[in-house]
Design a protein around this ligand. Structure first.
Ligand code: NAD
Length: 487
């Protein structure tokens, strides 16, 4: 098998197997071939991982933040050196083209390790509060054992985006990747050990929706950070609330992109295409509702169709390939089902709409698809499809389009394309979302906070803001005089 790891889990600095766990077959989405066979964690493996994290955490937290940061920066450097190898693995794991993984996956994971490693020396600073002759001070302290649960679209990035702030803050982590993409996180665990991370500080266990609750409900777990769908988020948040655990929820979206009639048209089309077709549309922040001003609709659609039909779909390992398959057969079926709904509900299929006939074999390919004349009530305009399906809607009026853009339970992201900067800022100010872009789309450098509002979640990843979600303040009042008691 092409990508068989030494064992399914990585606990206390070493690979661990327990063949009693349910078999997880890792399939290469471009061919359907089994590339690895792993086992879901048994309750014994879950216990072992959490015990190892608990044991390691105190010692790890006792190091200076600078010493912790140095190890993360070492890991970032190793990831950059091994970028090709890690990207090839990510391509096998997800089916995403190497053209993307080589620039977007391990590299953004390394960015997170480097960023948090870099800010580590001051990341945990507290404050001093003068109170007359007395005073108080605050310390920022870790939460303890934290759990990360990942989705399948950016496995290595998600592992690093969660691990980097958690570890810099002095926590230990047990990470469970998606059962669809179990491979990348194991490599991150290996690299962290090579970089000098003490054993047990970052552990990886495999499993699915039955394994997740074992982690979330465990009494030794202080926090859960989930990247996944809204329904899963609701379950995990509810379970965590039972024991008042901290949570970060990075969930789904149905984000709007608004293109005004003064926008640079090719740039707006490029942004909309990146925000719908990158990673075969499997990006949470995608701008899947593209509102186009009616004055430019005809030209927008003409150029969009021409550019979409030129996208090179094919073998993800070929450097020229621009779009790979969906992650799984089930996900492709789901996407094809939405395309059928779009047709049935009366949207105009501009291009795509099926399985490409240019690709042979068993891969889970679907054509990049654009629907025009989409209206607000259609299923394809309301539900997250999580595939390469762009919905184009028309608008004429600014305040009307803002209200329509906000008329969704989601609030992850949004974008506006216009030459009028006053309008750009006015519009983003009114859009109900956690992350917004002006005249670009989907760029998520680690320096800026990322996360959702409304049903798209809460908490933030990346930037200094992420540290607040992996630590808490301890306040110490210092009495400098005698205690004057009235009794
Ligand atoms: P999913 O919700 O099916 O699964 C996510 C993870 O949760 C998996 O590891 C799964 O095993 C685990 N899980 C499932 N049920 C669980 C439970 N009851 N308790 C604990 N863990 C459980 O999502 P997916 O299909 O893997 O990913 C796609 C979704 O993720 C989309 O909705 C997408 O928008 C979202 N996503 C969000 C972001 C973000 O940052 N906001 C990023 C990527 C993906």
């Amino acid at each position: 098998m092409k990508a068989q790891p030494k064992a399914s889990h990585f606990i206390d600095g070493a690979y661990v197997e327990d063949t009693a766990g349910t078999v997880i077959e890792s399939l290469y989405p471009a061919t359907g071939e089994v590339i690895a066979r792993l086992h879901a964690a048994t309750p014994a493996i879950v216990e072992q991982a959490i015990a190892s994290a608990k044991r390691a955490q105190k010692e790890w937290a006792a190091l200076s933040p600078m010493a912790r940061g140095r190890i993360l920066k070492n890991a970032a450097a190793i990831m950059r050196i091994r970028n090709r190898e890690l990207s090839e693995l990510e391509t096998l794991d997800t089916g995403k083209p190497i053209q993307e993984t080589i620039v977007a996956d391990p590299t953004s994971g390394a960015d997170a390790l480097e960023f948090f490693g870099g800010i580590a020396p001051s990341a945990m600073n507290g404050s001093q509060i003068p109170l007359g002759s007395d005073w108080a001070y605050t310390k920022r302290v870790p939460l303890g054992v934290v759990v990360g649960i990942g989705a399948w679209n950016y496995p290595q990035q998600i592992a690093c985006w969660k691990a980097a702030p958690a570890l810099v803050a002095g926590n230990a982590m047990v990470f469970k990747p998606s059962e669809m993409t179990p491979l990348g996180a194991l490599k991150i665990a290996e690299i962290l050990i090579e970089a000098g991370l003490p054993k047990g500080v970052f552990n990886v266990i495999q499993g699915d929706r039955d394994t997740g609750p074992l982690l979330v409900n465990h009494p030794d777990v202080a926090k859960v950070s989930l990247t996944g769908s809204v329904p899963t988020g609701r379950k995990v948040a509810a379970a965590a609330a039972g024991n008042l655990k901290h949570v970060t929820m990075e969930l789904g979206g149905k984000s709007p992109i608004i293109v005004f009639d003064d926008a640079d048209l090719d740039s707006a089309i490029g942004g909309a295409m990146l925000g719908n077709f990158y990673s075969t549309g499997q990006v949470c922040s995608n701008g899947t509702r593209v509102f186009v001003h009616s004055a430019i609709k005809t030209e927008f659609l003409k150029r969009l169709k021409a550019r979409t039909e030129k996208i090179l779909i094919g073998d993800p390992t070929d450097e020229a390939t621009q779009m790979g398959p969906m992650v799984s057969f089930a996900q492709r079926e789901k996407v094809l089902g939405y395309i059928e709904k779009g047709r049935a509900e009366g949207a105009t299929l501009l291009t795509g709409g099926g399985i490409p006939n240019t690709v042979s074999g068993e891969g889970y390919y679907v054509q990049p698809t654009v629907f025009a004349d989409v209206t607000d009530g259609m299923t394809i305009a309301r539900e997250e499809i999580f595939g390469p399906v762009m919905c184009v809607l028309d608008f004429d009026d600014e305040s009307d389009v803002i209200a329509r853009a906000n008329d969704t339970e989601f609030g992850l992201a949004g974008g506006v394309f216009t030459a009028d900067m006053a309008r750009a800022h006015r519009v983003v100010d009114q859009l109900e979302a956690g992350t917004l872009w002006i005249n670009t789309y989907n760029l998520c450098p680690v320096e800026m906070p990322f996360g959702g509002s409304k049903q798209s979640g809460f908490g933030r990843e990346n930037s200094e803001a992420a540290l607040e979600h992996y630590s808490e303040l301890k306040t110490i009042y210092v009495g400098m005089g005698r205690v004057e008691a009235p009794y």
